[in-house]
Design a binder for this molecule. Sequence first.
Ligand code: CAA
Length: 380
Amino acid sequence: MNFQLSEEHILIRDAARDFANTELLPGVIERDETQTFPHEQIKKMGELGFLGMMVAPEYNGAGLDTISYVLAMEEISKIDASAAVIMSANNSLVCWGLEKYGTEAQKQKYLTRLATGEILGAFCLSEPEAGSDATSQKTTAIDKGDYYLVNGVKNWITNGGTASVYLVIAQTDTSKGHKGINVLIIEKETDGFVVGKKENKLGIRGSDTHSLLFTDVKVPKENRIGNEGFGFRFAMETLAGGRIGIASQALGIASGAYELALQYSKERKSFGKPICKHQAIAFKLADMITEIEAARFLCFKAAWDKDQNKNHDLSSSIAKLYAADACMKITTEAVQVHGGYGFVKEYHVERMMRDAKITQIYEGTSEIQKIVISRAILSD
Ligand code: CAA
């Protein structure tokens, strides 16, 4: 066992930290308030390799491991959780599956541009009536010979308006249940595809979340990823990796809030001394750092499993469950440490508390993680 980060890992972490502080921190409060997508910043993140971190260099990726991804996600999320989810969706929900299961032609056409951030991708599984119950897909992709005819609605799609390429999960053969589900690459300009309303959200307001509408959209067969009926397994495998990204996002939001609370507690005085000298505050800080350390090691463990090509369903769900719940608790306590100042926007922690909530919901709610975890430990 080795708890030491490599020199390369430290360089990546520091580069992400520098980028977050110099490029993402300015304007983060305004972008949250006005729900403004960080176009300029995302472009720069692409140039620096943060949007295709684990993609092989031959497809224009950075060719890094998942530990590097966790480190970068933590640093970006400390400052701007909206930029972090844009990054996470592109890396782990779109690039990963395309690289692993796409054809060479699909990789050349889409992955090479997604990995540099020239274009963004979106992963489209959720529907108005299929959130946690992901097999209940109502979107249909009817086999018409050399193309699929797609009809339906997708909901809560991260990068929904800004993406150019969408991985859409849809039911082809209802009689086969989840084995009749496909995953199709759909380009934004395709006839019959309309980007629907943008959600007005509690948190991660700088990212764009949309519904998507498909009416008689013709998708060529060559745009299917994997064999006929592979779509649900594709979605589940993708999410097992995606959950490492969201666990790292939760870790980053939590550690960002903790660092602000720590600093504030040293500066703010009450009853004649800095508030960190009061045990009530010191113990909150002790609880925070303990949970952050635990969350970080769970993220590293899941990333390591993935990098070793081990099954990471269990470790990614454990990491996401723990980190998301810790994040909600820690950001709420960070507001409490700040007192009245924590309740106003200038001090950042109120935004972090709002951003934290979604980590317990997307890419599988905390309750869904408990289903995955309990099934894994109870199976023979
Ligand atoms: N890898 C490979 N295959 C898997 C798998 C995995 N991790 N998990 C399940 N499967 C397979 C199963 O083996 C099964 O196949 P067989 O019948 O051949 O054995 C099939 O998938 C169906 O699995 P289940 O019977 O377990 O299905 P279920 O209906 O009980 O659901 C679930 C399982 C874990 C609850 C799943 O529905 C789930 O993960 N739900 C949550 C969905 C989710 O996370 N949505 C997030 C949307 S994306 C998002 O949020 C992005 C964003 O905004 C950033």
